[in-house]
Write a protein that binds this ligand. Structure first.
Ligand code: SF4
Length: 147
């Protein structure tokens, strides 16, 4: 079975987060982690962006790569924060270009409470956002499990 090492970068607004939803959803292959069904995946790195405007994005991927990480996930907090991270698309381009690593938007399923509020705020109405939330959108029942 293919072995994959992943790194998770969280939004510094949630810097005290212990990663419970990310670890649980990887175990169950939910949200963005559904892409690893039938694959052997290990979280090999977990850090924050370093706070706006994301200074750690410049360096953390290099260290992750040295430890064999090939996929970097921006945690779901990047997408559901108020506001969502305004830099995430730039970060994705930077990491892809400089480190040749694959970047995935999101980790665990979007919690239902965030989903409902962002719908009211019309946050995700443009096409770019529709693409960004796709891996973590999930169905209502799943979203409620991550509230
Ligand atoms: S909004 Fe973006 S740059 Fe700012 S703390 Fe969150 S992830 Fe980092």
């Amino acid at each position: 079975m293919e072995k994959i090492k992943i790194g998770i970068i969280i939004c510094d607004r949630y810097s005290s987060c212990a990663g419970g939803k990310c670890f649980r959803s990887l175990d169950k292959r939910k949200g963005a982690f559904s892409m690893y069904k039938n694959k052997d995946v290990k979280i090999a790195a977990f850090t924050t962006c370093g706070g706006c405007p994301g200074g750690n994005i410049e360096y953390a991927p290099e260290e992750m790569k040295k430890n064999g990480v090939t996929y970097i996930h921006f945690a779901t907090g990047f997408i559901v924060g108020y506001p969502p991270c305004p830099y995430m698309e730039h970060f994705e381009k930077f990491i892809t270009e400089k480190y040749n690593m694959k970047v995935i938007f999101g980790t665990h399923p979007i919690p239902e409470k965030y989903y409902k509020t962002h719908l009211k705020l019309n946050t995700w109405k443009n096409q770019d956002f529709k693409k960004i939330i796709k891996p973590t959108l999930s169905d209502k029942k799943t979203r409620l499990c991550y509230d």
